[in-house]
Design a protein around this ligand. Structure first.
Ligand SMILES: [Fe+2]
Ligand SMILES: [Fe+2]
Length: 399
């Protein structure tokens, strides 16, 4: 980051006044020191306030990343300069060599413009984009769905990451929108917090407000185990992890949510039944694998339509489709649509699709489907650009 910052500074230096140069250097030094301090504080187990940990840290990062992206123009400029210098050298053009090869004004201005464009877009994403709650209407057709379940309204939400909110107001707004939909069932597919369960305590009264006719079913995500906060070499590692999980169970219970930890439930309407199965987090690669499908499936009537909750969509290809072909639809979250991308009637794109083939919306392979929710909150970058926070309204039908 320091290298990119220095490179950007020397690239545009001749285009800004002395006053702005001093402001630039001061800002860079302060932000770099803050980022270093914030990173040190995080890894040494200090828990600073959300404002500092999320927003000020995120704001500085936005400026740095915008500079990094804008450097592309300066690299082009420097490549042209190297070419022109080599040409002058070969031709022994003394005048050009002595006076130096000047920067191209157009490319310098493009770099400044690109920085401005990205920085303003990312800041807009922090102040507005992160709270632009959007309802996605989905018709989910399932083979063998009992008649009494046709038209059942499921609202799915995911990745609340409540530790990123300065107050409960955004949650209150989103939950009011959800309750207005009068859902029959609500699925919450994990990542309630960022680091530790304590982040949820200030929002406990709000969490209780989520209402559905046949209940709220929830699971855990990779952020809900304290794995990004407690370090294995801490003396009280096991104790802290256990405390984190027990408190997490209590938070779900107090909210009135039915937390499924490798468990299942039967939902019965007028004598007809479907199964809801919830696994603990299972992610491919470096992600923890607490999920146990076999255990979660114990006692499930295999003749029922099975709806599976699994936080990480990579679980679907890795295990669900292979080992449990009877799971009609899996409900996941986790990707957040990277909180960055383009989504409209013509284009649906985010860099996260290079990592997760199923990253947003409904997918089908053979007789199985998966719905990936884009998440309601945010983590890391404290906002969203192009991929809005999602409330999914899924209406069941018979295929
Ligand atoms: Fe998440
Ligand atoms: Fe996640």
């Amino acid at each position: 980051m320091l290298a990119a910052d220095t490179y950007f500074y020397f690239g545009i230096k001749s285009k800004i006044s002395k006053k702005w140069r001093i402001a630039y250097i001061t800002f860079s030094v302060v932000s770099l020191l803050y980022i270093l301090y914030g990173t040190y504080a995080y890894f040494s187990g200090q828990k600073s306030s959300t404002l500092f940990r999320t927003y000020i840290w995120g704001g500085f990062m936005v400026v740095y990343i915008s500079k990094l992206l804008a450097c592309a123009w300066l690299i082009v400029d420097d490549l042209i300069r190297i070419f022109r210098w080599s040409k002058a050298k070969i031709k022994s053009d003394k005048e050009s060599l002595e006076n130096g090869i000047s920067r191209k004004k157009f490319l310098q201005l493009s770099a400044v413009g690109t920085f401005g464009l990205f920085a303003s877009t990312f800041f807009y994403g922090i102040f507005r984009g992160g709270y632009n709650y959007t309802i996605h209407h989905v018709n989910l057709k399932l083979k063998g769905l009992p008649k009494n379940f046709e038209g059942l309204k499921i609202v799915q939400i995911s990745d609340l990451h409540v530790g990123s909110f300065l107050s409960s107001d955004p949650l209150e707004e989103a939950f009011a929108m959800i309750n207005e939909l009068k859902p029959d069932v609500i699925f919450f597919t994990g990542d309630l917090v960022n680091d530790v369960t304590e982040e949820a305590i200030p929002h406990q009264e709000t969490l209780k407000k989520l209402k559905a006719k046949y209940g709220v079913y929830s699971i855990l995500g990779n952020h809900d185990y304290g794995d990004y906060f407690y370090q294995p070499d801490d003396a009280d590692y096991e104790k802290n992890k256990l405390h984190n999980k027990e408190l997490m169970k209590k938070v779900h219970q107090d909210a009135g949510w039915d937390l499924l930890l490798n468990e299942n439930r039967t939902l019965e309407i007028g004598g007809q039944k479907i199964s809801i199965i919830g696994v603990e987090n299972w992610g491919d690669g470096r992600f923890a694998k607490y999920g146990d499908l076999k255990k979660a499936y114990e006692g499930v009537n295999m003749d029922t339509v099975q709806l599976l909750l699994s936080h990480d969509p990579s679980h679907w290809d890795a295990q669900v489709r292979k080992d449990f072909p009877s799971a009609a639809c899996t409900f996941s979250g986790h990707t957040h649509g990277m909180q960055f991308g383009i989504e409209n009637k013509l284009i649906k794109w985010s860099p996260v699709q290079w990592r997760y083939p199923q990253w947003a919306g409904l997918y089908e392979k053979g007789e199985q489907q998966i719905y990936v929710n884009r998440g309601l909150g945010f983590v890391g970058y404290p906002g969203r650009v192009g991929i809005s926070p999602e409330i999914s309204l899924i209406t069941l039908g018979k295929s």
